[in-house]
Design a protein around this ligand. Structure first.
Ligand SMILES: NC(=O)c1ccc[n+]([C@@H]2O[C@H](COP(=O)([O-])OP(=O)(O)OC[C@H]3O[C@@H](n4cnc5c(N)ncnc54)[C@H](OP(=O)(O)O)[C@@H]3O)[C@@H](O)[C@H]2O)c1
Length: 298
């Protein structure tokens, strides 16, 4: 298939491109800068320089493709995430670029859109499982852009077209956010939110990349994509071991947790999310877990 990937130079996009190329697809990676070209070529795809906010650039990038995969995001890393303005670029990508991408993909005659989304929109559900039919908790204005993006993908799915929306688990692996976390764990600084008994649903970047390939087989709809949910106390131990620290990762104390920005409130939600629908639909299963030795170098 001929597949265009937006966000192709990002942590998620590079994994998606590599997995798609490995499956024999003809892949075009979109970047806004010349310096993204070698990154995309290095993963075996054809680069195209385009502005993801420009309808004409997107039309040029998507022409002749069967599928568009949108992995765009710009999530602030580390303590910068505490500043509300740090999320402006990420919001703009979901609010504006994702809408333009869905429209341009339809106009270019693409038959499928695969849209990256997040399972942080589910409510805290304690020890109970969460499936795709669980109502979302998106009351906070922090979710406005993500909801707009979801609607645009749903709107794409008419006139015989399909849209697959992947609600990805908390990503970890060899990426800037996880590297920053592991450094703090080694320094003994707190990194975890929520309670030790809460659940977390993680997804290694490599498995996320493979999920975009698997999603080519999926029918229109929402799919959760994550590994087996684990309690946060277990994740604390896995982080400590991976960081080669002598203790598990530390949790922020209750006062610090309450003082954190509303953007990070999602990190306190207990999310025991089932990805059974995606497994059944596509056969995808995670291959790397938080107890896999050396996951931060994979
Ligand atoms: N579910 C999750 O837990 C989740 C989801 C996403 C990300 N993350 C984490 O967040 C961290 C950052 O990852 P990320 O995916 O946000 O960022 P990233 O890896 O830096 O990738 C951003 C991608 O979006 C493009 N981009 C960024 N800003 C743009 C803009 N203003 N206009 C056009 N294109 C733009 C970039 O393309 P060009 O610069 O080449 O144009 C790049 O391909 C990672 O550690 C990742 O693990 C977590």
């Amino acid at each position: 298939m001929r597949i265009a990937v937006t966000g192709a130079t990002g942590v998620l996009g590079q994994e998606a491109v590599e997995a798609l190329v490995a499956e024999g697809h003809e892949v075009t990676g979109v970047t806004r800068r010349e310096r993204g070209i070698p990154v995309i070529e290095g993963r075996g795809a054809r680069p195209v320089v385009a502005d993801v906010f420009s309808a004409s650039d997107l039309a040029r990038a998507f022409r002749g493709h069967d599928v568009v995969i949108n992995t765009l995001a710009k999530i602030p890393v580390g303590m910068t995430a505490l500043r509300p303005l740090a999320w402006r670029e990420d919001d703009r990508l979901h609010q504006e670029a994702s809408v333009a991408i869905a429209q341009a993909a339809a106009d270019a005659g693409c038959s499928k859109l695969i849209q990256e989304s997040s399972l942080f929109m589910y409510p805290d559900n304690g020890d109970d499982w969460i499936g795709e039919d669980q109502a979302l908790n998106v009351r906070s204005s922090a979710f406005r852009a993500r909801v707009t993006e979801m609607r645009a993908a749903v709107d794409f799915a008419n006139r015989g077209r399909s849209a697959v929306i992947l609600r990805l688990g908390q990503l970890y692996g060899r990426d800037p956010a996880t590297t920053d976390t592991l450094r703090k764990v080694r320094d003994g600084a707190p990194v975890l939110l929520g309670k030790p008994s809460d659940y977390i649903t993680l997804l290694h970047h490599q498995d996320a990349g493979r999920a975009f390939t698997a999603a080519l087989k999926a029918r229109s709809g929402f799919y959760n994509v994550g590994g087996e949910p684990i309690r946060r106390e277990r994740w604390a131990k896995d982080l400590g071991r991976e960081a080669k620290a002598d203790k598990p990762a530390r949790f922020f104390n209750d006062i610090a947790q309450l003082a954190l920005s509303p953007r990070l409130e999602v990190q306190r939600r207990s999310l025991r999310v089932s990805s059974l629908r995606f497994f059944n639909e596509t056969g995808w299963t995670p291959t790397i877990g938080p107890s896999t030795l050396g996951w931060s170098r994979m």
